[in-house]
Design a protein around this ligand. Structure first.
Ligand code: PNS
Length: 159
């Protein structure tokens, strides 16, 4: 029984994240999307809303669930009995940051392995921050996020 965590801030979840999650679900027996509290990031959506948006987005994916967590990812992975962490790897700018995190996580818990799934070309430059920026300026985001996320972004920026 191989269980994997797909961690992230998911502020909010995008179609790029969903691509990584669904591909991880094709490989692992169980996938838990781990939504980080991310105190140092000033997130648009609070943790419970980010988790709810992910839960709605993954509801039709078999053996995929979503939970929030606070603290170290490796501690959460061990607590969840998930010794695989899956991250998406986009354009070259991701590499340094992801490499640093994977190396640090490996130092913290040798039993937790990080796996990377390469983004397909259409999601190479897609990020939550770009989607938030587009949404804040009334840009068309329907190609980049599920419909319920588009509605939540529109509501957030309408206030
Ligand atoms: O989607 P993101 O913002 O790139 O995800 C980053 C995330 C949440 C995976 C990373 O910040 C994380 O693991 N946070 C939990 C705290 C932690 O373990 N920090 C040490 C990592 S070296």
């Amino acid at each position: 029984m191989k269980k994997a965590l797909v961690p992230g801030t998911f502020d909010p979840i995008t179609n790029g994240h969903l691509d990584v999650i669904s591909r991880a679900a094709n490989i692992f027996d169980e996938v838990v999307v781990a939504v980080a509290m991310s105190k140092k990031k000033n997130t648009l959506f609070p943790l419970d809303k980010r988790v709810a948006l992910v839960q709605e987005a993954v509801k039709d994916l078999p053996h995929v669930t979503a939970v929030g967590f606070d603290g170290l990812l490796t501690d959460f992975a061990v607590e969840q009995n998930a010794h695989c962490v899956v991250k998406g790897l986009r354009a070259i700018t991701d590499f340094e940051y992801e490499f640093q995190m994977a190396a640090m996580n490996w130092q913290l818990h040798r039993s937790v392995e990080t796996f990377f799934i390469m983004s397909p070309p259409q999601y190479m430059y897609l990020s939550s921050s770009i989607v938030r920026e587009l949404a804040s300026m009334n840009g068309d985001i329907h190609k980049f996020v599920p419909a319920h996320v588009e509605a939540a972004l529109k509501a957030a920026y309408a206030q």
